[in-house]
Structures are given as structure tokens and as C-alpha cells.
Design a protein around this ligand. Structure first.
Ligand SMILES: [Ca+2]
Length: 324
């Protein structure tokens, strides 16, 4: 996404490989909650759990009254005509490792030996962090953490590989599908309501745990116990049983970014061409503004950073295989 704001020197230190030593290890994961009653679920060959999301309608974007809203969030009605299956969590480090091992694929960060990871405050953009990739994002990760430092092409390649492997059609969700699933029938700014102070236990965002670490933007006024990524499904799921729709790592969507329409739309999937792909869901370095359900991030499809990951969507019926 694009950054607007100032970055203290502390952030730049923590973006480097000395992160763990400088900033300390992960701390207490915080409270746990029983999962919300899920809809119909299914598990694939990588042990990825999917939730069946029903067709329906919702209001995308944010009302003018929403605090911290951006002007690109024009509220409009969206109709989703077909049910789909959405992974209940991000793609994890362990799942991405299987992908690379079986396919031989290598991410752009690996082949070029760097990812974006150092914020240049003078030029207001991310710059190279040499040696950074999903295998070494600059902080400790386990196999059950969301994979990061993957760009849009890497995420799409994962979907294509998994589709061929299983004979099913996996892809990135559209921006509309993502927001529909994030809201899960709700209309509030956050999955927990409209008050950012009520989010404790719901998400891994920039919080009191990260105070002094990631302060490009104001942090939430609670502690979630994690400075960097957390194991997927650590925090409370939304009403449809989906974890980390807000927080942990940003999620690539399939669409090119474009201005929202003012009127109702059916199954929108973005323009045919563009310069930036959509990123949704906030991350562990974001505070109240960027962790709203309606917030729209975006960046070049070649962009990879230590707070960017993805989750996948399965089209159709998982019991019906397609011809590879
Ligand atoms: Ca956090």
C-alpha cells in the first residue's frame, strides 16, 4: 500500500535483520476465544480449511460518518451471485514451503535476493532490504505463521500450482469477495464494532505491544501480545469463522485497483488493466485507520514486504474436480 506519514528511526532499525535481537521475541499471545459457529467447511490436501461463503448482497465501502475513512471508499451495493469457499486463514509458511519444494518455484525476493523492507521517509516509499524473503523476513516465524514477502505474482503462482495439483480452481479473492467475507453480514467499521478500543482479542495489529516499533501511524489502544506476525487463527474469528481477516499480514486480492462505482454492481472483479493490485485487511504494523473493513490498500504486483501475504479462494464445489 502507499504510505503517508513519518517513520521514526526505530522503525527503520526494526525493518532490518537485527529485528529479533533489537526488538525482542514474540510475547504472550493474549486471550483466546471459542470460535464462532462456522458455516460449512472443507479441508484440502494441504490441510487448508475452507469456509463456504454463501451468495448474497452487502454494502461495500464506508459511510461518510465513519471515522478515519478515506475518499476512495465510496459506499455502494454489491451483489455476489455465486457461493465460494474462502480459506479460513492466510497461506502459512509451512504451506508455502510445500509449494516451493514440489513445484521448484522461487519468489521474486529469492531470485533477486531482496524484498522491500526499509522505509525511506524522505522519499515516502519502501526501499530494498538485502537478503530478505519469505524464508527470512527479518523476524522469527514458525510454519503456522502467515507467509510474507510474497508479491502478487508469487501468490498467483501458488494458486495455479494448487489448482493443477488438485484439479480444482483456486485463485485470489476479488476485492468485493474479500470485503463481503470480512464483514460477514456486519456493517461496522471493524469486525468487533465501530469503536477501535474494543478490538482486544480480535486481531494482531499495531498495538501497545509494538509501541515504539511501528509508529508510522497511531496504534490501537490495547495489547495483542505480538510485535510481528502471529500464528494463524490465534485471534477470534469473524461471524463466518474466518480468522485474521483484519490484521496479521495484508492480503493480496485479484483485482487491479480502480475507483469504486457510485451505483450497485454485480460480481465486480476490477478493470482489465491497471498499475496496482488491491491489498486488504491491514497488518501487524497498522493501526485503527488501516485495519478497518473498508480500507483499500494497493501496490505494484511486484511489491513484496514483510507485512504482505495472502489467502486463497476456491471456486465451485470442492467435490467436483476440473480437468487439469
Ligand atoms: Ca500486534
Amino acid at each position: 500500500m502507499k504510505w503517508r506519514g513519518t517513520a521514526p528511526a526505530r522503525l527503520l532499525i526494526c525493518a532490518g535483520f537485527a529485528v529479533a535481537a533489537v526488538c525482542g521475541a514474540q510475547t504472550n499471545p493474549g486471550p483466546t476465544f471459542p470460535p464462532a459457529r462456522p458455516l460449512e467447511t472443507w479441508v484440502n490436501s494441504l490441510h487448508m480449511k475452507f469456509v463456504r461463503v454463501p451468495a448474497g448482497e452487502f454494502m461495500a465501502g464506508s459511510p461518510d460518518s465513519e471515522l478515519e475513512r478515506s475518499t476512495d471508499e465510496t459506499q455502494h451495493q454489491v451483489k455476489i451471485t455465486k457461493p465460494f469457499w474462502l480459506a479460513s486463514t492466510h497461506v502459512t509458511v509451512g504451506q508455502f514451503a510445500i509449494f516451493e519444494k514440489e513445484s521448484g518455484y522461487r519468489t521474486l525476493a529469492e531470485t533477486q535476493s531482496w524484498a522491500y523492507g526499509v522505509w525511506n521517509d524522505r522519499e515516502k516509499k519502501w526501499t530494498k532490504l538485502n537478503g530478505s524473503s519469505w524464508k527470512n523476513p527479518g523476524f522469527p516465524q514458525r510454519d503456522d505463521h502467515p507467509v510474507v514477502c510474497v508479491n502478487w505474482h508469487d501468490a498467483t503462482a501458488f494458486c495455479q500450482w494448487l489448482s493443477a495439483k488438485e484439479g480444482r480452481k483456486y485463485r485470489l479473492p476479488t476485492e468485493a469477495e474479500w470485503e463481503y467475507a470480512c464483514r460477514a453480514g456486519g456493517t461496522t467499521a471493524y469486525p468487533w464494532g465501530n469503536n477501535p478500543d474494543d478490538g482486544k482479542g480480535w486481531a494482531n495489529c499495531s498495538d501497545r505491544t509494538t509501541a515504539g516499533q511501528f509508529s508510522l501511524f497511531p496504534a490501537f489502544n490495547w495489547s495483542d501480545g505480538y510485535i510481528y506476525t502471529s500464528p494463524v487463527a490465534t485471534f477470534r474469528p469473524n461471524a463466518w469463522g474466518l480468522y485474521d481477516m483484519i490484521g496479521n499480514a495484508l492480503q493480496w486480492c485479484g483485482d487491479w485497483f480502480a475507483t469504486y462505482p457510485a451505483g450497485p454492481v454485480v460480481d465486480p472483479h476490477g478493470p482489465a488493466t491497471g498499475k496496482e493490485r488491491v491489498l486488504r485487511g491491514g497488518s501487524f504494523i497498522y493501526g485503527p485507520r488501516h485495519c478497518r473493513c473498508a480500507f483499500r490498500g494497493r501496490n505494484s504486483p511486484d511489491f513484496e514486504n514483510f507485512y504482505v501475504g495472502f489467502r486463497v479462494l476456491l471456486e465451485g464445489n470442492p467435490g467436483v474436480k476440473t480437468i487439469p
